[in-house]
Design a protein around this ligand. Structure first.
Ligand code: SAH
Length: 206
């Protein structure tokens, strides 16, 4: 249901961030980018940083208000770097992914991101039912916009069951030192058996 998720960027200043965000979406299998009054778009920098996710830029929907971007959505979460004194309930990024994926069963959902310098205004956050914050260094908690987008897209993917399947028990894996000793031992044995050349151990003797 990743195709029911709108990633909404509000008043983005740097076109490079729009490109990087498009790339973040595409790597996680999302595709719907909404841009509310971007400062510079379309732009070469956006294309450069999209690195192959140009199709998402081409299909991005540019609108002049957040209200328009959210029209038709039945579930909206606002991403904010600052805990707000708002009545909005908060979600961790993991809970956000889970709620979003669950809500896609009923229709379109949106995750809203703010401007680089000032985030989302309180009025913009009031369009959201929940807010979500990536736990970070309390003295430096504001991520780059596209980095924040990447984390939420990843969480949506994980919630879809897209996590890597771990097939090997960690205990059953040889340690790095054990592997190194194995190859040292193998080399010594091959030298003694005169299978490889002591001058050029990568060469097998004729
Ligand atoms: N200086 C702004 C931060 C802007 S970063 C402020 O203080 O609010 C641009 C956007 O990236 C934010 O509006 C938010 O949507 C997202 N973002 C950055 N860091 C985040 C964090 N720790 N948690 C959630 N969203 C974050």
């Amino acid at each position: 249901m990743l195709n029911r998720i709108r990633i909404v960027l509000v008043a983005t200043s740097h076109p490079g961030n729009i490109g990087s965000a498009a790339r973040a979406l595409k790597t996680m299998g999302l595709s719907r980018l909404y841009l509310v009054t971007p400062k510079k778009f379309p732009h070469l920098k956006a294309k450069e940083l999209a690195a192959g996710a140009d199709d998402l830029l081409d299909n991005a929907i540019v609108v002049d208000s957040l209200k328009t971007a959210l029209a038709g959505c039945q579930f909206v979460v606002g991403a904010s770097a600052r805990p707000r004194d708002l009545s909005l309930p908060g979600l961790t990024p993991r809970e956000c992914g889970e709620h979003v994926i669950q809500a896609t069963q009923k229709g379109d959902v949106a995750i809203v991101f703010g401007r680089e310098h000032a985030g989302l205004t309180n009025t913009e956050l009031q369009h959201c039912q929940y807010h979500t914050m990536i736990p970070a260094n309390p003295d430096y908690s504001s991520l780059n916009l596209a980095a924040a987008v990447q984390i939420f897209c990843y969480e949506c993917r994980v919630a879809m069951g897209g996590s890597i399947e771990v097939t090997t028990e960690l205990d059953a894996v040889a340690s790095h030192d054990e592997v190194t000793h194995f190859f040292d031992h193998l080399e010594q044995a091959l030298l003694r058996a005169e299978v490889i050349n002591p001058v050029a151990p990568n060469k097998i003797l004729p």
